[in-house]
Write a protein that binds this ligand. Structure first.
Ligand SMILES: [Zn+2]
Length: 262
């Protein structure tokens, strides 16, 4: 199997040929969306420059043990907190819920739509399916996560927080070649497209409208976080060029028509 680096080198040419629409993602969100809730009373809310300090503060508030994974603490801690938030009181044993943490004390919880990660994978462009990473996440994990498609947003949160940590704290410019965050931005688009197609009653419901907004927020923030940890002259264009070979017309149309990319 080819390595990801070899794959990216090969697709360098495809980048020029395919291009991306001039996407509107990466816009900062100045208003807090109405589907976000805060873990603490407004008076107790604290904000941190360092996302690890942020997550640990709110984990302590919830009485959660801090695992301190050595390799990628911010990534692992995000999963721990998201998993804790998934233990939602509305869970009734029939419907899984997925909690998502957004830093600054903000979080949300959505019930899992009745689609599978296998179905999401059908909307993942073929170019992305060739990467080792995709082989791991969307194929191997089908066996344990298949009925929890919002797990994709959990992973997107973890990689987004990792990129924010890198942009603000580590500032390691050797991460320019990593595709993990961008892949999950694309999986999130495929997730949205699959929900819209397979369970329109969810997608079009008031809850589904909030989920649409959450998806839009998450992919835009993921994209922006990737730009912020890319230390080159024109980071936004650089990231667009890297993302282009993994997009196809179906996902681009979905992003335009349903998530408001232009
Ligand atoms: Zn992870």
């Amino acid at each position: 199997m080819q390595t990801r680096r070899q794959f990216l080198m090969q697709t360098g040419i495809a980048t020029l040929a395919l291009g991306l629409p001039s996407i509107a993602c990466g816009k900062p969100y100045n208003e807090r969306p109405n589907w976000m809730r805060c873990l603490v009373a407004e008076g107790e809310r604290r904000t941190f420059q360092n996302p690890v300090e942020d997550i640990h503060y709110y984990m302590r508030v919830l009485g959660l043990p801090i695992q301190r994974t050595i390799e990628t603490p911010v990534h692992g801690d995000t999963h721990d907190l998201n998993n804790r938030l998934s233990q939602h009181p509305y869970g009734n044993g029939w419907t899984f819920h997925r909690g998502l943490y957004f830093l600054n004390g903000d979080y949300t919880v959505f019930p899992e739509p009745r689609i599978t990660i296998e179905q999401v994978n059908e909307n993942v462009p073929n170019t992305l399916k060739l990467t080792e990473f995709n082989g791991y996440y969307l194929t191997k994990l089908v066996s344990v996560r298949n009925n929890e498609p919002l797990y994709i947003l959990d992973e997107l949160r973890a990689f987004t927080h990792g990129a924010i940590y890198n942009s603000r704290v580590t500032r390691d410019n050797n991460r320019n070649g990593s595709t993990s965050l961008l892949e999950f931005v694309i999986y999130a688009l495929a997730l949205g497209k699959t929900i819209k197609e397979k369970v329109p009653y969810y997608w079009d419901s008031p809850l589904g409208k909030d989920l649409q907004d959450c998806l839009r927020f998450s992919v835009n923030q993921g994209f922006a976080a990737e730009v912020s940890q890319t230390f080159v002259k024109d980071p936004r264009q650089f990231v667009i060029n890297r993302m282009a070979p993994f997009m196809d017309n179906n996902l681009t149309d979905f992003a335009k028509n349903s998530l408001g990319w232009s």
